[in-house]
Design a protein around this ligand. Sequence first.
Ligand SMILES: Nc1nc2c(c(=O)[nH]1)N[C@H]1C(S)=C(S)[C@@H](COP(=O)(O)O)O[C@H]1N2
Ligand SMILES: [Mo]
Length: 187
Amino acid sequence: MVVSEAPGQRYIPDFVIYMALGKPVVDIAKYKFMVDGLVKNKLTLSYDDLSNLPMKKFKSDFHCVTGWSVKDVEWEGIPLTFFAEKAGVQNNVKWVYFTSLDGYTSVVAMEDYMKPNALLVLKMNGKKLPLEHGYPARIFIPHLYGWKGAKWVYKITFLEKYRDGYWEALGYNERGRVQLEERFKRI
Ligand SMILES: Nc1nc2c(c(=O)[nH]1)N[C@H]1C(S)=C(S)[C@@H](COP(=O)(O)O)O[C@H]1N2
Ligand SMILES: [Mo]
Protein backbone atom coordinates (compact mmCIF):
# COMPACT_ATOMS: atom_id res chain seq x y z
CA MET A 1 0.00 0.00 0.00
CA VAL A 2 1.40 3.34 -1.05
CA VAL A 3 0.36 6.01 1.40
CA SER A 4 -0.30 9.52 0.09
CA GLU A 5 0.68 12.58 2.12
CA ALA A 6 -3.03 13.35 2.40
CA PRO A 7 -4.49 11.93 5.63
CA GLY A 8 -6.26 8.58 5.24
CA GLN A 9 -5.53 8.29 1.49
CA ARG A 10 -3.52 5.75 -0.53
CA TYR A 11 -2.30 5.98 -4.10
CA ILE A 12 -3.71 3.83 -6.88
CA PRO A 13 -2.25 3.84 -10.43
CA ASP A 14 -5.25 5.30 -12.26
CA PHE A 15 -8.63 6.90 -11.72
CA VAL A 16 -11.73 4.92 -10.91
CA ILE A 17 -14.36 6.39 -13.23
CA TYR A 18 -17.46 7.56 -11.37
CA MET A 19 -20.74 8.47 -12.99
CA ALA A 20 -23.40 8.36 -10.30
CA LEU A 21 -26.07 9.49 -12.79
CA GLY A 22 -24.75 7.83 -15.94
CA LYS A 23 -22.74 9.21 -18.86
CA PRO A 24 -24.45 12.07 -20.68
CA VAL A 25 -24.60 12.48 -24.44
CA VAL A 26 -22.70 15.66 -25.28
CA ASP A 27 -23.56 17.74 -28.34
CA ILE A 28 -20.66 20.20 -28.36
CA ALA A 29 -22.37 22.53 -30.87
CA LYS A 30 -25.25 23.00 -28.42
CA TYR A 31 -23.13 23.15 -25.26
CA LYS A 32 -23.49 26.43 -23.38
CA PHE A 33 -21.44 27.19 -20.29
CA MET A 34 -23.27 29.61 -17.99
CA VAL A 35 -22.49 31.76 -14.97
CA ASP A 36 -25.44 33.05 -12.95
CA GLY A 37 -26.77 33.74 -9.45
CA LEU A 38 -25.60 36.78 -7.48
CA VAL A 39 -23.65 38.48 -10.26
CA LYS A 40 -23.77 41.82 -12.07
CA ASN A 41 -23.54 40.22 -15.53
CA LYS A 42 -24.62 36.68 -16.32
CA LEU A 43 -22.31 34.91 -18.76
CA THR A 44 -22.92 32.37 -21.53
CA LEU A 45 -19.95 30.87 -23.36
CA SER A 46 -19.60 28.22 -26.05
CA TYR A 47 -16.92 25.51 -25.92
CA ASP A 48 -14.95 27.55 -28.49
CA ASP A 49 -15.16 30.63 -26.27
CA LEU A 50 -13.86 28.59 -23.31
CA SER A 51 -11.05 27.12 -25.40
CA ASN A 52 -9.81 30.62 -26.25
CA LEU A 53 -9.58 31.86 -22.65
CA PRO A 54 -6.23 32.10 -20.81
CA MET A 55 -5.36 28.73 -19.26
CA LYS A 56 -3.21 27.58 -16.42
CA LYS A 57 -1.45 24.19 -16.24
CA PHE A 58 0.00 22.36 -13.23
CA LYS A 59 0.44 18.93 -11.67
CA SER A 60 -1.51 17.96 -8.59
CA ASP A 61 -2.78 14.82 -6.87
CA PHE A 62 -6.46 13.88 -7.05
CA HIS A 63 -8.19 12.60 -3.90
CA CYS A 64 -11.48 10.69 -3.80
CA VAL A 65 -13.24 10.70 -0.43
CA THR A 66 -13.51 6.88 -0.56
CA GLY A 67 -9.73 6.73 0.11
CA TRP A 68 -7.98 6.50 -3.26
CA SER A 69 -5.68 9.14 -4.70
CA VAL A 70 -3.92 9.51 -8.07
CA LYS A 71 -0.47 11.10 -8.00
CA ASP A 72 0.69 13.97 -10.20
CA VAL A 73 -2.15 14.42 -12.63
CA GLU A 74 -1.57 17.27 -15.09
CA TRP A 75 -4.52 19.64 -15.13
CA GLU A 76 -5.11 22.43 -17.64
CA GLY A 77 -7.96 24.90 -17.65
CA ILE A 78 -9.32 28.33 -16.88
CA PRO A 79 -8.85 29.64 -13.33
CA LEU A 80 -12.28 29.84 -11.66
CA THR A 81 -11.41 33.34 -10.44
CA PHE A 82 -11.77 34.46 -14.09
CA PHE A 83 -15.53 33.75 -14.11
CA ALA A 84 -16.07 35.44 -10.74
CA GLU A 85 -14.31 38.58 -11.95
CA LYS A 86 -15.86 38.61 -15.42
CA ALA A 87 -19.41 38.17 -14.04
CA GLY A 88 -18.85 40.60 -11.16
CA VAL A 89 -19.90 38.60 -8.10
CA GLN A 90 -21.70 40.43 -5.32
CA ASN A 91 -19.80 40.72 -2.05
CA ASN A 92 -22.41 38.72 -0.09
CA VAL A 93 -21.61 35.51 -2.02
CA LYS A 94 -20.52 32.66 0.28
CA TRP A 95 -21.20 29.46 -1.72
CA VAL A 96 -20.81 28.32 -5.30
CA TYR A 97 -23.03 25.65 -6.86
CA PHE A 98 -22.13 23.61 -9.94
CA THR A 99 -24.63 21.92 -12.27
CA SER A 100 -23.76 19.22 -14.82
CA LEU A 101 -25.30 17.81 -17.99
CA ASP A 102 -26.09 14.50 -16.21
CA GLY A 103 -28.00 16.30 -13.43
CA TYR A 104 -25.11 16.00 -10.93
CA THR A 105 -24.55 18.99 -8.67
CA SER A 106 -21.90 19.98 -6.12
CA VAL A 107 -21.25 22.93 -3.85
CA VAL A 108 -18.07 24.62 -2.59
CA ALA A 109 -17.34 27.57 -0.31
CA MET A 110 -16.50 30.82 -2.13
CA GLU A 111 -13.22 30.85 -0.17
CA ASP A 112 -12.22 27.54 -1.83
CA TYR A 113 -13.57 28.57 -5.24
CA MET A 114 -11.32 31.67 -5.25
CA LYS A 115 -8.04 29.77 -4.70
CA PRO A 116 -5.63 30.45 -7.60
CA ASN A 117 -5.38 26.77 -8.61
CA ALA A 118 -9.14 26.14 -8.71
CA LEU A 119 -9.87 25.38 -12.38
CA LEU A 120 -12.49 24.79 -15.00
CA VAL A 121 -10.51 21.91 -16.54
CA LEU A 122 -10.53 21.35 -20.33
CA LYS A 123 -7.46 19.09 -20.52
CA MET A 124 -6.01 16.28 -18.40
CA ASN A 125 -2.49 14.91 -18.94
CA GLY A 126 -2.08 16.95 -22.13
CA LYS A 127 -5.22 15.70 -23.86
CA LYS A 128 -8.72 17.08 -24.29
CA LEU A 129 -10.84 15.63 -21.44
CA PRO A 130 -12.09 12.17 -22.35
CA LEU A 131 -15.90 11.86 -22.16
CA GLU A 132 -15.76 9.59 -19.11
CA HIS A 133 -13.61 12.18 -17.28
CA GLY A 134 -16.14 14.93 -17.91
CA TYR A 135 -15.77 16.33 -21.44
CA PRO A 136 -16.24 19.14 -22.29
CA ALA A 137 -15.34 20.57 -18.86
CA ARG A 138 -14.95 19.62 -15.22
CA ILE A 139 -14.14 21.43 -12.01
CA PHE A 140 -10.89 20.68 -10.15
CA ILE A 141 -9.95 22.29 -6.85
CA PRO A 142 -6.73 20.62 -5.63
CA HIS A 143 -7.31 20.88 -1.87
CA LEU A 144 -10.89 19.53 -2.01
CA TYR A 145 -12.11 15.93 -2.40
CA GLY A 146 -12.93 14.77 -5.91
CA TRP A 147 -16.70 14.76 -5.51
CA LYS A 148 -16.63 18.59 -5.38
CA GLY A 149 -15.28 18.53 -8.94
CA ALA A 150 -18.37 18.20 -11.11
CA LYS A 151 -17.70 16.52 -14.47
CA TRP A 152 -19.71 17.57 -17.58
CA VAL A 153 -20.28 20.87 -15.81
CA TYR A 154 -22.29 23.57 -17.60
CA LYS A 155 -23.30 26.06 -14.93
CA ILE A 156 -21.73 27.99 -12.05
CA THR A 157 -24.21 29.66 -9.67
CA PHE A 158 -23.08 32.13 -7.00
CA LEU A 159 -25.15 31.96 -3.81
CA GLU A 160 -25.35 33.62 -0.44
CA LYS A 161 -27.18 30.73 1.25
CA TYR A 162 -25.76 27.20 1.33
CA ARG A 163 -27.51 24.56 -0.81
CA ASP A 164 -26.74 20.79 -0.89
CA GLY A 165 -25.40 19.19 -4.06
CA TYR A 166 -25.84 15.51 -4.97
CA TRP A 167 -23.43 13.99 -2.40
CA GLU A 168 -23.95 16.68 0.23
CA ALA A 169 -27.66 15.73 0.33
CA LEU A 170 -26.49 12.17 1.15
CA GLY A 171 -24.38 13.31 4.14
CA TYR A 172 -21.08 14.42 2.60
CA ASN A 173 -19.39 17.53 3.96
CA GLU A 174 -20.21 21.12 3.02
CA ARG A 175 -16.49 22.09 2.65
CA GLY A 176 -14.70 18.82 1.72
CA ARG A 177 -11.11 19.95 2.49
CA VAL A 178 -8.69 16.99 2.15
CA GLN A 179 -6.11 18.03 4.78
CA LEU A 180 -8.86 18.46 7.38
CA GLU A 181 -10.54 15.17 6.37
CA GLU A 182 -13.88 16.91 5.93
CA ARG A 183 -15.52 13.78 4.54
CA PHE A 184 -18.94 13.78 6.18
CA LYS A 185 -21.25 16.38 7.64
CA ARG A 186 -20.87 16.94 11.34
CA ILE A 187 -24.34 16.98 12.79
N1 LIG B 1 -21.16 14.68 -13.13
C1 LIG B 1 -20.48 13.95 -12.24
N2 LIG B 1 -19.35 14.46 -11.71
C2 LIG B 1 -18.63 13.74 -10.80
C3 LIG B 1 -19.09 12.49 -10.34
C4 LIG B 1 -20.29 11.96 -10.92
O1 LIG B 1 -20.73 10.85 -10.60
N3 LIG B 1 -20.95 12.72 -11.87
N4 LIG B 1 -18.38 11.79 -9.38
C5 LIG B 1 -17.44 12.60 -8.54
C6 LIG B 1 -16.55 11.77 -7.75
S1 LIG B 1 -17.14 11.10 -6.32
C7 LIG B 1 -15.22 11.65 -8.08
S2 LIG B 1 -14.11 10.87 -7.07
C8 LIG B 1 -14.71 12.16 -9.38
C9 LIG B 1 -14.14 11.01 -10.18
O2 LIG B 1 -13.56 11.48 -11.36
P1 LIG B 1 -13.27 10.45 -12.54
O3 LIG B 1 -14.56 9.77 -12.89
O4 LIG B 1 -12.69 11.29 -13.64
O5 LIG B 1 -12.30 9.44 -11.97
O6 LIG B 1 -15.72 12.79 -10.15
C10 LIG B 1 -16.64 13.55 -9.41
N5 LIG B 1 -17.50 14.29 -10.31
MO1 LIG C 1 -15.26 10.35 -5.13
